[in-house]
Design a protein around this ligand. Structure first.
Ligand SMILES: CCC[C@@H]1OCC(CO)=C1C(=O)O
Length: 215
């Protein structure tokens, strides 16, 4: 089925073909994803600059060559982590949309679930840190924030069309404000508390903003 307009915002950039099970390929795919987790742990803990491919190999108890088999450079690892970070959202959005709430409630619940991912998911945490460090990463990283802004704007336009948005509130401006507020809340929680209170921080911001947006 055609992806809903909102989900299209995170449409995967490359078409992945589905093949039948092949044990050798499955083993390689499993190693590849374990390397991605090890790299995410290191990027999240110590950043891009202070992480080497050898650190990743050591964390995996593998040789550097084995890591290079899957990712040709540290930059390629960073791109893969950031792309995997964004790949989390379409599945999360489908889950929330399947709950059958209206577009405004879907936006609110989507961001609430995203705050939990920022607390618990090492790939999301690493992706967020790499996006901040992007000026020091010599690679083509996805542009941050824009997909989220597009997703939220499309949900808020639908909410406005259903009369759920306060008179005079622009869906696009509200989407930009939600993304800025979310980014800020998760960043401050990360700096002050290692994101231990990111869900609480986002909940209080979300309540205020959605109160201002809701008709
Ligand atoms: C959901 C708000 C935006 C989100 O917050 C952290 C971050 C990492 O770069 C984001 C992004 O790139 O979209």
């Amino acid at each position: 089925s055609e992806p809903q307009p909102a989900i299209a915002a995170f449409a995967p950039r490359k078409f992945v073909t589905r093949r039948g099970p092949d044990p050798k390929q499955e083993r390689s795919a499993r190693t590849r994803s374990l390397v991605l987790i090890a790299a995410s742990e290191l990027f999240a803990e110590q950043g891009f600059r202070h992480t080497s491919v050898k650190d990743v190999a050591d964390r995996m108890k593998m040789t550097k060559g084995a890591v290079y088999f899957h990712y040709p450079s540290k930059e390629a690892l960073a791109v893969a982590v950031v792309e995997e970070h964004y790949a989390r959202w379409p599945a999360l959005l489908e889950e929330v949309m399947a709950e059958g709430f209206g577009p405004l409630e879907t936006a609110e619940r989507m961001l609430a679930r995203t705050a939990v991912s920022f607390r618990d998911d090492i790939v999301v945490q690493a992706g967020a840190r790499l996006q901040i460090e992007r000026p020091h990463i010599d690679a083509e990283l996805p542009t941050p924030y824009v997909d989220w802004t597009e997703l939220l704007a499309s949900l808020l336009v639908a909410a406005r069309d259903e009369g759920q948005v306060r008179e005079g509130v622009s869906p696009e401006a509200a989407a930009r404000s939600l993304v800025s507020a979310f980014f800020g809340a998760q960043h401050i929680s990360d700096v002050l508390r290692g994101r231990a209170d990111v869900v609480e921080r986002w909940t209080e911001t979300s309540e205020l903003l959605f109160h201002a947006i809701r008709a």
